[in-house]
Design a protein around this ligand. Structure first.
Ligand SMILES: Nc1ncnc2c1ncn2[C@@H]1O[C@H](COP(=O)(O)OP(=O)(O)OP(=O)(O)O)[C@@H](O)[C@H]1O
Length: 286
């Protein structure tokens, strides 16, 4: 599958949700779609899923426009954080409908996950707890076997044990059936080990697209006395500098670990912290 967006924009009345993004997604990988609230992640996934038309620019999946195009949408599954299914349907009916829509539906996996999440197939969607409804979304997303499977914060209400089970089966499923899996999440550190590539949205633009390993390996924090940090950051591209009571921290991305001297110390930075620093309100840069 190839996803190609060129100068893709989406406007809602006065809001520019996507401001001319260019992106290529071609490899079967687990992609982490990250960014602050309102960055444009959901809008991007909805355009990919063919729910809506772009305002301008191009979006092609395997060379075809996804909007209202069954040939594309049967290859794409988007699970939103809520309201994925009609409230009056039973779990069994939801699975039946999904199995008819997705040509590569994996019935055995759906059955296994029903048991794994301990979900009763006779219950109606409206009677499910938030976590159970999320579990049903995850079952449909994984069992769809869709070549592009997107999940937009699919874990709302799931307890820690169920989230751990979700991450485990997501990885197993990906390994046995590699495909493009796009996972949007705010629980970055909890899932960052699953990501092979990270795409960070910021205010309707793409701030960074990078292998997760590179992002992890190239994120540094140098700490020490403020005067030494001031000298250290001179001429460097710093993402964020914090000072408190005579000590400072400087965050930056660098291919090679910088050499520090004097009282300075260097450490890695968790992906979640790096995403926050990269998308700081005062103007993000990467
Ligand atoms: N249907 C809509 N009508 C008007 N504005 C919208 C609509 N959908 C999204 N927006 C706006 O577009 C911008 C991008 O929203 P979007 O939901 O894509 O962000 P997001 O990155 O998914 O955020 P979050 O992490 O909070 O889910 C926001 O300013 C949002 O208010």
């Amino acid at each position: 599958m190839t996803i190609v967006a060129d100068a893709l924009t989406k406007e809602y009345k006065s809001t520019k949700a996507l401001k001319g993004i260019d992106i290529r997604i071609t490899e079967p990988k687990i992609y982490g779609l990250l960014g602050r609230n309102g960055a444009g992640k959901t809008t991007f996934m909805q355009l990919l899923a063919g729910y809506d038309r772009p305002s301008s620019g191009d979006l092609f999946i395997n060379g075809m426009k996804p909007f209202d195009n069954r040939a594309v949408t049967e290859k794409i599954c988007l699970i939103k954080e809520a309201d994925n299914f009609k409230k009056d349907l039973t779990v069994q009916q939801v699975l039946k409908i999904a199995s008819m829509f997705y040509p590569q539906w994996n019935k055995e996996l759906a059955e296994e996950l029903l048991e794994g999440f301990d979900l009763n197939r006779r219950r109606r969607v409206k009677s499910l707890s938030k976590g159970m409804e999320s579990a049903l979304g995850i079952i449909v997303g994984l069992a769809s076997n869709a070549p592009v499977t997107m999940m937009d914060e699919p874990y709302i209400g799931l307890d820690a044990a169920s989230r751990a089970y979700f991450y485990e089966v997501l990885l197993e499923e990906f390994q046995s059936n590699p495909r493009i899996i796009i996972l949007s999440t705010h629980l970055i550190d909890e899932v960052s080990n699953l990501f092979e590539e990270v795409i960070i949205f910021n205010k309707g633009s793409i701030l960074l697209q990078k292998s997760a390993e590179e992002l992890r390996e190239q994120s540094y924090c140098v700490s020490g006395p403020t005067d030494q940090i001031k000298a250290f950051v001179e001429g460097r591209h710093i993402i964020k500098e914090k000072s408190f009571a005579g000590t400072s921290q400087a965050y930056f991305l660098s291919v090679e670990a910088p050499k520090v001297t004097g009282d300075l110390t260097i450490s890695g930075v968790p992906m979640q912290d790096m995403m926050v620093h990269l998308t700081e309100k005062r103007g993000a840069r990467a």
